[in-house]
Write a protein of this length. Sequence first.
Length: 292
Amino acid sequence: MPYWLYITILVLIAYIAISIALYYLQDYLLFKPEKLPGDFQFNYKNQDFKEYNLETRDGAVINGIRFFPKGVSKGVVLYLKGNSKSIKGWGKFAVDFTRHGYDVLMVDYRGFGKSTGRRSQKAIKRDLQEVYNKIKELITEDRIILYGRSLGSGFAAKLASMNQPKMLIMDAPYYSLTKVTARYAPFMPLSILIKYPLPTYKWLKYVQCPIHIIHGTNDSLIPYKTSVKLSQVNPKRTKLHSVIGGGHKNLNNFESYHKMIHEILNRTPEDIDLLTTSIHVKHASKKNKTKA
């Protein structure tokens, strides 16, 4: 056997082996869950909350916590977290919404925290729709806000595309999870291998509510340009909010982030009569200018 052929076969075998490994190990590579015992007691200082368990059609249990604001509630923020830990740690971010008068419902995906069941993209989407339906039994959709953080942004976009919430807020979103993983394995056939493609850009096309995208300009995991591109998918409904200097995990440490949340939650949309603006005025080109 020629040496070059021998090397080619070895490379091909290694490529196939790595592809198979990526397919079966991607759950361990993509998700970093923190599992909690069933009798774990949540504890959040100065926050009023209640724990819930939702049994799904296939027998899984989705665990969640509802945080309550002081005074009369304006609605519910369904907060879909990132791909690590559990709501045990994520719960501390609920104050960013309860302080504005909103209930906050956080749930753990399958295999996270106290939630059970076999994880898949289809199963998670189905679980979250069931959670959304439960919220609709309590309040009208015009009082439901979807907030998706990183991994949760894709699922939030999907929910918004299938329902009619008040608004969709995406924090550090990705164009698709396939695009994100391709940065780390550019030569692998990820479009075939990945079990969680999460094509956010496809789902955004069908969202009918206002869309707010928040992204840090120094995000090294999901580049800021991703949100610029996403903001062009459904531009008439989308507003991009830039946290100057913000990374992927520290937006809550920036005062500008909290000002953005305040503005998004408390400002009512203003209808503009475009006929009274300069929207149709065009700058004259040099060739059309007359000589003095």
